[in-house]
Design a binder for this molecule. Sequence first.
Ligand code: PGA
Length: 252
Amino acid sequence: MKKILIAGNWKMNKLSADAEEFIKELRAKNLPNEKDICILAPFTLIAGVGEALEGSEIGFGAQNVHFEESGAFTGEISVPMLKELGVTHCIVGHSERREYFNETDDTVNRKLMALLAAGITPILCVGESLEVREGGGEQTFVAGQLIADFSGISASDAAKIVIAYEPIWAIGTGRTATPEQAEEMCAFIRGVLSGIYDMATGDSLMILYGGSMKPGNAKELLEKPDINGGLIGGASLKADDFAAIAEAAASL
Ligand code: PGA
């Protein structure tokens, strides 16, 4: 059976009452695959989401983290701070952070190492812009990101990283990659990691697709052999939509 992760990226949305209601609704659905689901919340909501999830197998975590353990980094949140809240997952290198907040492959690499050392599962985002895709350079671009982001990371640690292929042109645009485009890149990513490490590492890696995944298109994407789930933005904000995607995964 293929390993699956359905991860909800709330981005900068929701206040605590709404978050609590969402978790209540989601838990009430008694999804058979709770262990394959996680919610990535804004920092202010993480503790509350964790409490609301107590006794459930649904994971939860953050959308970013700083790579240093502590110190004079005003406004930042460290890995030990997340660890204290019991988080299971953390997004690293989302394209919005790369574009608006100066995230580079170097900081992404340091964040991956800090999370791995603490036993938190990183969800590493990679993906090309529309300009790069139209120029036919998407594979070269994504391979470059992977080589830089995995630099100095051992094979056993690499196998613990979840990769999310998120073509920037499909994020929040309603323009989903076709299942064939998504599968082609996810298979390519698996191949790149098999090349950097070995076949066993490449085969065991979890690779998600992200970019306008919703209840109506989830199944055809999730059915593809190299796609191990989804990183879902807009459609993770409503419990009904998010649960429908999780149900599509459970029915595979
Ligand atoms: P979207 O966002 O599902 O709203 O396109 C996905 C993401 O940015 O992780």
